[in-house]
Design a protein around this ligand. Structure first.
Ligand code: CTP
Ligand code: MG
Length: 236
C-alpha cells in the first residue's frame, strides 16, 4: 500500500504520576536538556506532516500546566483529563479524534528520545487494516517464574521483542478493541497493541531503537543525560 497520504491523530500520554521515578513531581514535566520531557515529543510531532492533530492526556491538577506548554504547538487540538490507568487515559482521548482521521498514533509522553527516522519507519510499517508498533529485540535472557520465584520456562530469545511506543493503528480497529475489551482487561493492559491483538487485529513489529527508552526509574534519568550528551557531541 502507498502510505504517502496517510494522516493520523497523535495521542500523547502525560497523565501518569511517575511514581517509580521517585521525583518530586510527574516526570513528564521535568526539565530534560532545557525543556520539559513532554516537549521533546511535541516538537517532533508538530513538524511531522503525517500527524495532523495532537491530543494530550494530563492529570486533572496538571491541566493548566499542560495547556501552558501546549500553547507553543498549534497542532494540539485538545488537552484531555486522563484516567486512573494508562488505557483509561487513551480511551478519554479517543473520544476527541477528528472524525476525518482514519489512523491513531499513541505515544508515551515519557519517551522523549523518539527520532524522526523511527517515526517515519513506523508509518511505512502499516498497511490497510494492519497496525504497527516500534519494538526492539530483547537483549537479555527472559525467565518465566512462578509466584515462589521458581523458574517455569526460559523462552527462546529469537522472536522476543520489547514493545515501545509509538503504536499506530487504524482508528476503526482501535475503537472496536476499546469497545469490546472488559474494564479489567483494559486496566491490566500495558500497551494498546495487546488490546487489538486480543480482538484478532493484525499488528506488525517495526524495529525501533534502544535509545527510545521510557523514563521509568531513576537510572533511566542518568541514561537520558548520557543520551543528551551524545547528541550534543554529534551536533558539534
Ligand atoms: N499515563 C497516563 N495516564 C495514566 C498512567 C500513565 O497518561 N493513568 C502515561 C504516563 O504519563 C506515561 C505513559 O503513560 O507517559 C507510560 O506510563 P508509565 O511509564 O507507567 O508512567 P507513570 O504511570 O507516570 O509512572 P509510574 O507507573 O511509575 O507511576
Ligand atoms: Mg504507570
Amino acid at each position: 500500500m502507498d502510505n504517502a497520504h496517510l494522516k493520523a491523530t497523535a495521542i500523547l500520554l502525560a497523565a501518569g504520576k511517575g511514581q517509580r521515578m521517585a521525583m518530586p513531581g510527574n516526570k513528564v514535566w521535568a526539565n530534560l536538556g532545557g525543556k520539559p520531557v513532554l516537549a521533546w515529543s511535541l516538537d517532533l510531532f508538530q513538524k511531522n506532516p503525517k500527524l495532523e492533530q495532537i491530543i494530550i492526556a494530563a492529570a486533572k491538577e496538571e491541566l493548566p500546566l499542560c495547556l501552558k506548554i501546549a500553547e507553543a504547538y498549534p497542532k494540539v487540538s485538545r488537552v484531555v483529563e486522563g484516567g486512573a490507568t494508562r488505557q483509561e487515559s487513551v480511551a478519554n482521548c479517543l473520544e476527541f479524534v477528528d472524525i476525518s482521521h482514519n489512523w491513531v498514533l499513541i505515544h508515551d509522553g515519557a519517551r522523549p528520545f523518539l527520532s524522526e527516522r523511527e517515526l517515519d519507519s513506523l508509518f511505512k510499517g502499516v498497511e490497510n487494516g494492519c497496525g504497527a508498533i516500534l519494538a526492539v529485540p530483547v537483549k537479555n535472557t527472559i525467565k518465566i517464574v512462578d509466584p515462589q520465584g521458581m523458574i517455569l520456562k526460559t523462552p527462546c530469545r529469537n522472536g522476543l521483542y520489547e514493545a515501545q511506543t509509538p503504536q499506530l493503528f487504524p482508528k476503526k480497529a482501535m475503537l472496536d478493541a476499546y469497545a469490546k475489551v472488559s474494564k479489567t482487561a483494559l486496566s491490566s493492559a500495558t500497551d494498546d497493541a495487546s488490546l487489538l491483538e486480543a480482538c484478532g487485529y493484525p499488528v506488525r513489529v517495526v524495529k525501533g531503537s534502544y535509545d527510545n527508552l521510557k523514563l521509568t526509574t531513576a537510572e533511566d534519568w542518568v541514561f537520558a543525560q548520557a543520551l543528551l550528551n551524545r547528541q550534543a557531541l554529534k551536533e558539534d
